[in-house]
Design a binder for this molecule. Sequence first.
Ligand code: ADP
Ligand code: ADP
Length: 228
Amino acid sequence: MIEMKDVQKTYHNGVTALQGIDIKVEQGEFVYVVGPSGAGKSTFIRLMYREVKPTNGEVLINNHNVAKLKEKEIPMLRRGIGVVYQDFKLLPALTVYENVSFALEVIEDSPKKIRRKVMDVLDLVNLKNKARFKPAELSGGEQQRVAIARAIVNSPKVMIADEPTGNLDPDTSWEIMKIFEEVNARGTTVIMATHSKDIVDTLKKRVIAIEHGRVVRDEQRGDYGYES
Ligand code: ADP
Ligand code: ADP
């Protein structure tokens, strides 16, 4: 369902962030992307929702060549992909409820249905009781849980996360991972770049390691493989 064929990304400054990337991720997989800083992990992830375009090769999402999408087709791609960032990227002026409902594709939903969808995902991340709070009134872990609720409110087939626990303490990181496992158990593909040796070596999943812009390892139930 996600496939890269001989993908290369060279940025405008001449830096080749990725080259010769050939990978396939099936629906329902849980994949960690690991590797040193600057290895190309973010670029790898950003190619999947067309935050960046490949310089060469093909990125296929559900057999659609992402590079060939027209501008007006990109929202459709992104609706099927929930993205979670290290720094949460919540809208500070909006409440928790509004941060989630803002992301919802509402075109044909009744107000009642919208409310149910938003409250259902807030329930999943255990934040129903803070729906009226603003992001600044929440802990880091709570803010990340709002961001996860926002990412999954449209029931995407894929959730992509770029170092989602990078700003969180270990206990809070485990709470976030529990939610990721629950999202994955409900059928969503999860792709997560991480520097957490602890998480990767404990919750065993597929591991794709990238170094100097190339995949150097791709293992089911793999290890982190670096010192932490
Ligand atoms: P694309 O080819 O995908 O359009 P660009 O090379 O134009 O990508 O860069 C996209 C944006 O990222 C630019 O605004 C650029 O300033 C910024 N950028 C440049 N260098 C870096 C870097 N080393 N790390 C992160 N972002 C960068
Ligand atoms: P990682 O996520 O593993 O740290 P990145 O994909 O962010 O790696 O970066 C890979 C390489 O590409 C680095 O050398 C980085 O400086 C460069 N890079 C990343 N984004 C941009 C950009 N927008 N423009 C130019 N260079 C970039």
